[in-house]
Design a protein around this ligand. Structure first.
Ligand SMILES: *[C@@H]1O[C@H](CO)[C@@H](O)[C@H](O)[C@H]1NC(C)=O
Length: 148
């Protein structure tokens, strides 16, 4: 019976190491997110996702069983307060209906000259790409990415 008692400790250790990233609710720790950078605070993305320089996590072919996952996600952050500028500054607003205890899907604005994305939250739910992407209150663009 003794070995059974010791088992939980074996599994607890890796979880503790992974507890470097937090969702915006400041307490939920994603199971498998990894910091994009080891310097200072950093955005964290899930296994198989690519870290983009604008702090979006991008789906790659290395994601096992992506299911209905979006191509772009707002992941987690090593700063539990989410105040650090290296945390994602988008899709983390409870008022807009963003999920605070998990990742958030984003969609890219199609047919636009802007490199723009929008959060798949209660605000944009049921709206078409062009409806959202013609309303600058609803999409985000990133510094350094020039519109034409
Ligand atoms: C992360 O951010 C928090 C709060 O914004 C700060 O207190 C902490 O020192 C930062 N950590 C690193 C490693 O920069």
């Amino acid at each position: 019976m003794r070995s059974i008692r010791f088992l939980p400790i074996v599994f607890w250790l890796p979880l503790h190491v992974a507890a470097l990233c937090y969702f915006p609710d400041r307490k939920t720790v994603p199971n498998q997110d990894t910091p994009c950078s080891t310097e200072g605070n950093s955005t964290c993305c899930g296994q198989g996702f690519a870290c983009m320089s604008n702090n979006i996590c991008k789906l790659t072919k290395y994601v096992k069983n992506p299911g209905p996952a979006q191509d772009y996600l707002r992941g987690s952050c090593t700063d539990p307060t989410w105040k650090d500028p290296n945390c994602p500054s988008f899709c983390a607003s409870a008022v807009d209906g963003d999920k605070m205890d998990g990742g958030m899907g984003l969609r890219k604005c199609e047919g636009s000259d802007l490199d723009a994305y929008f959060c798949l939250n209660t605000e944009t739910e049921g709206m078409s790409n062009s409806e959202v992407c013609s309303n600058s209150d609803l999409f985000i663009t990133f510094q350094g990415e020039k519109p034409q």
